[in-house]
Design a protein around this ligand. Structure first.
Ligand code: FE2
Length: 297
């Protein structure tokens, strides 16, 4: 049976959004429990398109969490400032606090959230990084605030030989604490620091489901490469990042209220475009725990 038939059988419509990655999915309602067949079709579409956009999904947190749990266990963030006080599985990508008040632009939490304007993949600093993230747009901005996604399989495939040789067999350091070097975020407590010591991950990883190889970098957490001088490592990370953001690899998502967007953290990077911090932007993320340690390619 073709993929299109599989989708049609469970009533899903799949519309590709960019040649490299991203598809809109219609014909599903996350306020209801999904059948195993619908779940399997969504999973198949996710593996094919890497980023799925589900328009018009006015879910509550419990419904979002229930959908996310179909894929695996969920992360709870190690910092109290980001985690929802009511539902610890909800990571608040928001310039509005847990009580609904807009935070000042220079608030340390806003400074931290704004670091997502740089390319990264979620939770790469964990020994077992996240499988994927599911983000619900509750309050969206009219201007700016789009999320860009890049296909890191395609990036790996297109790397010139010099860069392919530079990353082959190498490990890169992913350190949550590096955020504090980039912006005036709230200083990490000793507990938060101890919870996330730096980890070393292969720069080329094999996807456990598709078997494909991708470049695995997460620049906001990276500054050191095993066996390489510091300045050389910083230059290489910058060069790889610039290569990965070429338009042919990138889908840019303009949000509508109640979009749910899910992405695969194992083979994509993302960033948010700047927006006016005087405007409210509220997004709730559920983050799926990875299925195991990163597999070197
Ligand atoms: Fe992110």
């Amino acid at each position: 049976m073709t993929a299109t038939n599989t989708y049609q059988q469970v009533g899903l419509e799949i519309e590709p959004l960019h040649p490299a990655l991203g598809a809109a999915v219609r014909g599903v309602d996350f306020r209801q429990l999904l059948s195993p067949e619908t779940f399997a079709a969504i999973h198949a579409a996710w593996m094919d398109h890497l980023v799925l956009v589900f328009p018009d999904q006015p879910v509550n947190n419990a419904q979002q969490i229930a959908f996310a749990r179909m894929f695996g266990n969920l992360e709870t963030h190690h910092q109290d400032i980001i985690k929802s006080a009511r539902e610890p599985e909800i990571f608040r990508v928001s310039n509005v606090d847990d009580d609904g008040q807009l935070m000042e632009a220079d608030h340390p939490t806003v400074a931290q959230i704004s670091l997502a304007q740089r390319w990264h993949t979620d939770s790469s600093y964990r020994p077992t990084p996240s499988m994927g993230s599911i983000l619900h747009g509750l309050e969206v901005t009219d201007e700016g605030g789009e999320t860009c996604f890049t296909n890191m399989y395609n990036v790996y495939d297109a790397l010139p030989e010099r860069l392919r040789n530079a990353v082959g067999g190498r490990k890169l350091c992913h350190d949550f604490g590096h955020l504090a070097d980039l912006a005036p975020i709230k200083p990490l407590t000793e507990e938060e620091r101890a919870a996330m010591p730096p980890v070393w991950q292969p720069m080329c990883r094999r996807h456990p489901k598709t078997g494909r190889t991708s470049l695995y970098i997460s620049p906001i957490y990276n500054e050191a490469i095993e066996g390489m001088a510091d300045d050389e490592a910083v230059d290489l990370i910058a060069e790889l990042t610039a290569f990965a953001e070429r338009p042919e690899f990138v889908y840019r998502h303009r949000w509508s209220k109640d979009d749910i967007v899910m992405w695969d953290n194992r083979c994509t990077m993302h960033r948010v475009m700047p927006y006016n911090l005087a405007k409210r932007r509220v997004m709730h993320r559920a983050t799926i725990v990875g299925e195991g340690p990163v597999i070197a390619a």
